[in-house]
Design a protein around this ligand. Structure first.
Ligand SMILES: [Zn+2]
Length: 63
């Protein structure tokens, strides 16, 4: 089962809400996604359980 769930996070640079897709088949994932508004790299940490997103954290990459 491979399911992508759309989640909104706030960009740590421009503070816009952006939509990311989280792979619910992975319990914990860290990756970098460029902001769709300001194009700067956001370090995303996402947690899932039972195929649902339980938490998402977005940080600037240099922290
Ligand atoms: Zn941004």
């Amino acid at each position: 089962m491979y399911e992508l769930e759309p989640v909104f996070v706030q960009c740590p640079y421009c503070w816009e809400q952006i939509e990311i897709l989280v792979d619910c088949s992975v319990l914990r994932q860290d990756y970098v996604e460029d902001c769709s508004v300001c194009c700067r790299p956001i370090a995303i940490t996402a947690h899932t359980a039972d195929g649902e997103v339980t938490g998402v954290d977005a940080r600037s990459e240099d922290e």
